[in-house]
Design a protein around this ligand. Structure first.
Ligand code: URA
Length: 162
């Protein structure tokens, strides 16, 4: 099980989809290719990943990295809502569509079109929710890195506001 990692008193929570092979082996979220891209991107705008709580909607690796099934998302949601209750982040950043479905925040865009809603700030349980692209998408579409970085910058700016 890859539960999540980060400080308990952070303002920012980043939520991805599910652990991949590397995450499964290390028991840590976002340590594979996508994770390295996420870590570097955060660093490049002056955010340290160690200052952020990072987790996934689904806590166990789906076989062959398939998209999580609705039942797996349901199970993950219960854990995720508990994590949010404990950490109390003021800013939540979801990576990709699955995390938004996982939060049951899909009502902000139906069907979910991440490319349309990314970078916008929504309200979720009295917190700021900013959806962005999944780093795996950036690996496949390298020119989208600019959008990704600008969304992470928006997160940083939100976290600096009183
Ligand atoms: N690694 C994770 O931990 N989550 C993802 O969504 C992708 C890679």
């Amino acid at each position: 099980m890859v539960f999540g990692e980060g400080p308990a008193d952070t303002k920012i929570m980043i939520i991805g989809e599910a652990p991949g092979k590397e995450e499964d082996l290390q028991g840590r979220p976002f340590v594979g290719r996508s994770g390295r891209l996420l870590t570097k991107s955060l660093e490049s705008i002056g955010l340290a990943r160690t200052d952020i709580y990072i987790t996934n909607i689904v806590k166990t690796r789906p076989p062959n990295n398939r998209t999580p099934l609705p039942a797996e998302i349901e199970t993950g949601r219960k854990l995720l809502l508990k994590q949010i209750e404990i950490i109390q982040p003021t800013i939540i950043c979801t990576l990709g569509a699955c995390a938004l479905v996982g939060l049951d925040a899909s009502s902000i865009s139906k069907p979910i079109r991440i490319t349309k809603i990314r970078g916008k700030i929504f309200e979720y349980q009295n917190r700021k929710l900013l959806p962005t692209l999944h780093p795996a998408y950036i690996l496949r579409n390298p020119s989208a890195i600019k959008l990704f970085l600008s969304d992470l910058l928006a997160i940083k700016e939100l976290s600096e506001k009183k």
